[in-house]
Write a protein that binds this ligand. Structure first.
Ligand SMILES: Nc1ncnc2c1ncn2[C@@H]1O[C@H](COP(=O)(O)OP(=O)(O)OP(=O)(O)O)[C@@H](O)[C@H]1O
Length: 339
């Protein structure tokens, strides 16, 4: 439904040219939640703003349901943009207007009558869980509530697409979770396609179906979120994944650990249990689990744990080879110093 072809955005700053987005090809399907991650300056905001032509690309195509927005005359482009809602990190609410007036503003602009506006505002505030805040001013709301108002406003004209520009970056972790739950509900119940840019892999893990990783204006890796977590290819992607999957063992524990340390990563928590106990039965080694956790990537479990193996070297080598055959990722973090 959203297709970016050879997209490029070059900014002219004095005599210099700065490339914000560099030859990006991307396809986002109808009804999916798509994440775009990258460090600061990677080009995420510019890419997102090119989707609704808030930023006009210098080259390429922006196709929404097959129509290239860049080829539309001004009036038709304005209409097409009504089907793309957007929310921002800083909420962008009008402080002198009440919650209801902030939401109604988008409806007024679309030419809806007063009674219809009131009905729609009530529906939207109910949807975002703010039915009791209609007459409140933004200054009296928490950050999470302000973001809910901006989501209601973005949905006012029944968009097909919702663009989220670092929508949770200004919020604490528990408010972030509640906003992500709301976005997931909107996606599931209204079928709205959501594109979310973020520097937090946690956000991607929580709600996205697929994601792209950006660096220096380019998409360097792209795919289903679970596959990206389970099997990242690029170093940059691995860095992002580490922010969610990494655990560090206390130094004292590492110093005292004389056996061979292996890190196992596997899909599903139960599958692994049998593999490890089978390995311990097949090889005369001891296995001591030092750390383990199962992360849910959307709803699919991905387990990571660290185990210390002790025993004769050839038996440990055999045990590791056995694990490697059955578990997706086995990494020897430290070789044992004693048998
Ligand atoms: N209006 C502009 N004029 C000139 N250069 C710009 C403009 N907007 C963005 N850039 C440049 O384009 C590149 C990409 O910026 P962009 O804001 O899209 O990155 P980002 O990944 O969203 O970063 P952040 O997370 O910090 O917002 C950067 O080098 C930036 O300096």
């Amino acid at each position: 439904m959203i297709e970016l072809r050879n997209l490029e955005k070059v900014f002219k700053v004095k005599n210099k040219q700065v490339t914000g987005v560099d030859q990006v090809d991307l396809r986002i399907d109808r009804g999916e939640i798509y994440g775009i991650v990258g460090y600061s300056g990677a080009g995420k905001s510019t890419l997102l703003r090119c989707i609704n032509i808030l930023e006009r690309p210098t080259a390429g195509e922006v196709l929404i349901d097959g129509t290239d927005l860049l080829k539309l005359p001004a009036k038709e482009l304005r209409q097409a943009r009504q089907s793309i809602g957007m929310i921002f990190q800083g909420f962008h609410l009008v402080s002198s207007k009440t919650v209801a007036e902030n939401v109604a503003f988008a409806l007024k602009a679309a030419g809806l009558g007063r009674t219809e506006q009131q009905k729609r505002v009530a529906e939207l505030l109910e949807l975002v869980g703010l039915a009791d805040k209609a007459d409140t001013y933004p200054a009296q709301l928490s950050g999470g509530q302000k973001q809910r108002v901006s989501i209601a406003r973005a949905l006012a004209n029944n968009p097909k697409v919702l663009l989220c520009d670092e929508a949770t970056s200004a919020l604490d972790p528990s408010t972030t979770k509640s906003i992500l739950r709301l976005l997931k509900k909107i996606n599931e119940e209204l079928g709205i396609t959501i594109v979310i840019i973020t520097h937090e892999m946690e956000v991607v893990k929580e709600i996205c179906h697929r994601c792209a990783v950006m660096q220096a204006g380019k998409v360097v890796e792209e795919g289903k979120v679970f596959d990206i977590f389970a099997n990242p290819k690029e170093e940059l992607t691995k860095d992002f994944i580490q922010t969610v999957l990494q655990f560090t063992l206390p130094e004292k524990l590492l110093r005292e650990c004389k056996g061979t340390l292996v890190k196992l990563q596997f899909r599903g928590d139960l599958a692994k249990e049998a593999v490890v106990s089978d390995m311990l039965q097949a090889y005369p080694v001891s296995g001591n689990i030092l750390h383990g956790k199962v992360e849910y990537i959307r709803d699919m479990p991905l387990g990571v744990f660290m185990m210390e193996l002790t025993g004769a070297k050839d038996q440990i080598d055999g045990a590791i080879a056995y694990l490697e055959e059955r578990i997706e990722q086995v990494e020897v973090v430290q070789h044992g110093s004693v048998d």
